[in-house]
Ligand binder design. Sequence first.
Ligand code: SF4
Length: 183
Amino acid sequence: MSNADADLGCARCRLSETRTQVVPGAGDSSAALVFIGEAPGRDEDLKGAPFVGRAGKVLDGALAHAGISRDMIYITNLVKCRPPSNRRPKDDEVEACARHLEAEMGAIHPKIVCLLGQTVARNLLGCDSDMKSLVGKEFPLSIGGKKVRAFVAYHPAACLYRRENVESLRETVRRCTEAAGLR
Ligand code: SF4
């Protein structure tokens, strides 16, 4: 589901009952580097765009630190509708929304994917390891009908109250940027 082909009326899971609107991915629709977050939060639900709240500012800071900007990348989420009270998306919701993410990735064909947070890593890599053992590491991933290189980073929201995670996020974003050939 990209801006170009977003299913803004999707009702494939229960999140459609509580959302304000579907939040499609945004950015360069032929980007070499794609960031995948967990789910829209309150600000994203109200504005209809991904990573526009406080966590988005943290991500913007990491992008700037790596010498790139949002118009050079694409940002989306595992599920496109806000879970109530910002709870984690449930497995059946992720499964229902997977077809949107697959279509999105199939249209973009990124070279590098940055997985933001443990929920995203668990669902896309199929592993239950803790973040400390995943963060900064590279994994092979098949998504959108193609094999890509995936890196795991702390979710920007996990940097809001743990400043020590910011440096780690910046370093992983910098590595993703280099691997994608953007710097
Ligand atoms: S989260 Fe995904 S599958 Fe569920 S209603 Fe929203 S767009 Fe559809």
